[in-house]
Design a protein around this ligand. Structure first.
Ligand SMILES: C[S@@+](CC[C@H](N)C(=O)[O-])C[C@H]1O[C@@H](n2cnc3c(N)ncnc32)[C@H](O)[C@@H]1O
Length: 347
């Protein structure tokens, strides 16, 4: 395998010099995901936990672990695992730190061989499903679980049956699909957690390009889990009026029904505020902070509203009087107004 040296964050490391990005790469490294890893580092810095025990169970080139070791304080030990022998060869070349334990195992087996962790990262090709059970079992109380999903075609409604099979929920195929998809993913992970009396509360998430990523904080306890499950509801959307709401009922007159979804806040505003202080992606995080503070499900897409009203679209600045931007789409406004009120104030 020929290697090339590259830089990301504060580290330099080797990756395979293959140009074409695919699962078949001998060692997987996607430079586009550096944004995701930057936010990951900011989140760990903002949490400022003591004596962190970390598991990077699908480590690829090891770049995430290498960056955590260099950029985050208080790491006690980090398990850097990948099932591919080629990946582990590169990981060993990249990471010389004594705090790293490098293994070449199936992720489940690697997790089994260690005591519980404060932070576990699941960054797979496609769905995180195969790794949820083993990871959640090995997550400490107050620990953080990071979950990436790249099978957005299922979560966002291109393949409804795939979403039902994999995420036990019906997706929505319209302007809200990314937010509903991330809420479907959150609920699925929470249901796996509930089997082990672990309540998994989202503290940060984003849907970017072809992937979604959610960070959960774990709290043990049956009543805590019950509180999470209470926040699982169906989502109803009216195609003709753009009205939407969530409810416990799995059908409502004149509405298309998706879900169940997690209806709670997807972000901790306090955490996002701290992340802004330590991240280079301040503009993006400020948008997320607005979303976290307004804490509503869904948004109004200004182009869709204009087309429904058969009118021209006003400037976004004008509509921001009635709400805030959303990172889910540049044309979305999260608002506390009902859609009818929003339409009245549209132009
Ligand atoms: C998307 S890549 C990981 C990228 C990496 N986390 C990063 O930030 O660059 C997924 C990795 O999971 C590994 N993998 C897939 N299935 C596995 C399994 N069952 N156990 C361990 N590793 C596995 C693959 O070899 C691949 O390196």
């Amino acid at each position: 395998m020929t290697l090339q040296k590259i830089k990301e964050g504060e580290v330099e490391f080797y990756v395979s010099s293959e140009k074409k990005l695919s699962r078949k790469m001998q060692v997987f490294y996607n430079p586009v995901m550096s944004f995701q890893r930057d936010l990951n580092i900011a989140l760990l810095k903002a949490l400022d936990k003591k004596e962190l025990r970390i598991a990077d169970i699908l480590a690829g080139s090891g770049v995430r672990s290498l960056r955590i070791l260099k950029e985050v304080k208080n790491v006690e030990q980090i398990l850097v695992n990948d099932g591919s022998p080629e990946a582990v060869k590169i990981i060993k070349k990249n990471i010389k730190n004594k705090k790293a334990v490098i293994t070449n195992k199936n992720a489940h087996q690697a997790l089994q061989e260690f005591p519980s962790f404060d932070y576990i990262d699941i960054d797979p090709f496609g769905s995180p499903n195969p790794f949820l059970d083993a990871s959640i079992q090995k997550l400490k109380n107050k620990g953080i679980l990071a979950v990436t999903a790249t099978d957005t075609s299922a979560l966002c409604g291109s393949y409804i049956k795939a979403c039902q099979r994999k995420y036990w929920s019906i997706p929505l195929r319209n302007e809200l699909m990314h937010e509903i998809g991330i809420r479907i993913l959150a609920r699925k992970v929470q249901l796996v957690g509930s089997q082990y009396d672990k309540a998994l509360t989202p503290i940060f998430c984003h849907s970017t390009l072809h992937y979604m990523r959610i960070y959960f904080q774990c709290e043990r306890g049956k009543s805590k889990v019950d509180e999470i499950i209470k926040q699982h509801e169906y989502f109803h959307y009216n195609n003709k009026t753009m009205e939407f709401f969530s409810s416990k009922k799995n059908t409502e007159n004149d509405m298309i029904t998706a879900g169940p979804i997690f209806t709670g806040n997807l972000w901790s505003p306090e955490l996002v505020e701290k992340m802004i202080g330590v991240s280079e992606h301040k503009e993006f995080l400020k948008k997320i902070l607005d979303e976290a503070k307004i804490n509503v499900i869904g948004f109004y897409d200004m182009h869709e509203v204009a087309s429904l009203l058969k009118t021209s679209c006003p400037k976004k600045e004008k509509l921001l009087k009635y709400g805030v931007s959303t990172h889910f789409t540049p044309t979305g406004i999260k608002s506390k107004l009902t859609i009818e009120e929003f339409k009245k104030n549209f132009n």
